[in-house]
Design a protein around this ligand. Structure first.
Ligand code: G6P
Ligand code: MN
Length: 445
């Protein structure tokens, strides 16, 4: 089984490889091909992987290339984890938006639109190449903004592209834990778009345990989302939102916090990772130790500004190990070996959320087997959530159209229609600002 990782010089690749190393079963991945545009990043990551594999017999082989077509040919699975414009681009996304007083987060609001506008054309090119060179491959998309990028790719790959995110999984795991339920036995009734979803129920043996949580302020206040949103607001909502909804429900506070912070998240990660990749150029350092130290610091500071505005304190120890690699591995195993399982994934709607058309990519629990991911029936969303989901999907569709037609006017429309952009004039200036700093947006005419 051959797995190709696009963005193979990316910082989180060792997480994926680490997960592969735990898989000893028949039909596992035996060959990993890393693709990246940047040789030195490939070299750095390959060093970490070599140290990870050192003590593991029969570890998957690793090769690296900067030739995309060569990387794709013969792949059984393709992981797409690219970052168009790099972390410098992410920092620019934040800066330009904050200068206009709006949010510049990598996936939410103006920042997410800017990032989407420069990523979609590249993702579409990849999808076309996969369709031509590896038509039987399954594409697992990690590239943010994951829902939008998956939808762009699905127009060329149909249901052979599946988007993943670890946020809903982490949320489900935390809720199950506070309720004393086994996450493997619990069905999480979660739906929405990527980074815009809500848990409305958690069923164990057919019984919904969520009302018990919502009725108990002590339990509610004991985990990440309870601390972030506050127990009153969760009780009032009657649902547990994905952590990224903090940017909507507490927009004013998060924008202020991001404006006042010394370094925005993108700028922090840009500098942190520059140090890591530099360190990898020195032959005497332990690659794995340096990587792990950098990773731990990244995890500990995740959404730090949001937690600070909410007075949420440090992250829980259990939340520091991420989990996206586990979702990726579980998904691959389910498909390659028909190990049926239920996972929350980004797939085409196919009727699961009746307010959206069947081709709209949504985030929803899916039954996964050798035939792919099939969304399961979930309860409808409450009106306010439906409103947000429809508004943001409308924005995503404008981004896809702008990317297809190269239309600046459509790009302005995308920014203008976003619930977190409060004026058409702001949207116009955002398009100005972003096209000035991002060469990847030169196609907008
Ligand atoms: C969460 C999100 C991902 C995001 C990751 C890292 O897991 O679901 O989409 O890539 O956090 O965020 P960071 O701010 O560390 O890049
Ligand atoms: Mn995510």
């Amino acid at each position: 089984m051959k797995l190709t990782i696009l963005g193979g010089g990316g910082f989180r690749v060792p997480l994926v490889y680490g997960a592969l190393l735990t898989d000893r079963g028949e039909g596992r991945v035996t060959e990993v091909v890393l693709h990246d545009l940047d040789d030195s990043r490939l070299y750095a990551v390959a060093r970490v992987l070599a140290e990870q594999a050192a003590t593991v017999p029969d570890a998957p082989t690793v090769t690296a290339t900067t030739d995309l077509d060569e990387a794709l040919r013969g792949a059984d699975f393709v992981f797409s984890a690219i970052r168009v414009g790099g972390l410098e681009g992410r920092a620019d996304d934040e800066r330009v938006a904050l200068a206009e007083g709006v949010l510049g987060q990598e996936t939410v609001g103006a920042g997410g639109i800017a990032y989407g506008l420069r990523t979609v054309p590249v993702a579409v090119d990849i999808a076309r190449r996969v369709a031509r060179l590896a038509p039987d491959a399954w594409v697992i998309n990690f590239t943010n903004p994951a829902g939008l990028v998956t939808e762009a790719m699905s127009r060329h790959l149909g249901d052979r592209v599946i988007g993943i995110c670890d946020s809903p999984v982490g949320l489900g795991r935390r809720i199950a834990k506070v309720l004393g339920a086994n996450p493997r036995e619990a069905f999480i009734d979660y739906v929405g778009l990527n980074h815009l979803g809500w848990v409305r129920g958690l069923r164990v043996a057919g019984r919904d345990e969520l009302p018990r949580l919502l009725a108990d302020p002590d339990l509610l206040g004991s985990f990440e989302e309870g601390k972030l949103f506050g127990t009153d607001w969760l009780q009032s909502l009657g649902a547990i939102p994905n952590e990224y909804l903090h940017y909507y429900y507490f927009n004013r506070e998060t924008v202020r916090a991001y404006t006042e912070v010394e370094k925005t998240r993108g700028a922090f990660l840009r500098d942190q990772q520059a140090r890591f990749y530099d360190e990898m150029k020195r032959p005497d350092t332990s690659a794995l130790t340096a990587w792990d130290r950098t990773r731990a610091e990244r995890e500990a500071t995740y959404m730090a500004e949001n937690r600070e505005t909410a007075g949420a304190g440090e992250r829980d120890e259990d939340d520091l190990s991420g989990g996206y690699e586990k979702v990726a591995l579980a998904l691959m195993r389910a498909i390659a070996r028909d190990e049926r399982t239920t996972l929350i994934l980004n797939v085409r709607n196919q009727g699961a959320l009746s307010v959206l058309d069947s081709d709209a990519v949504i985030e929803v629990p899916c039954l996964v087997d050798a035939n792919g991911a099939h969304p399961v029936a979930v309860a409808p969303l409450p009106d306010h959530a439906t409103g947000l989901v429809c508004a943001v999907k409308g924005v995503e569709r404008e981004v896809l159209t702008a990317a297809e037609n190269g239309s600046r006017t459509t790009a302005v429309k995308a920014f203008s229609l976003h619930p977190l952009v409060d004026s058409v004039n702001v949207a116009r200036r955002l398009v100005e600002g972003y096209t000035e700093v991002h060469p990847g947006l030169a196609y907008l005419k």
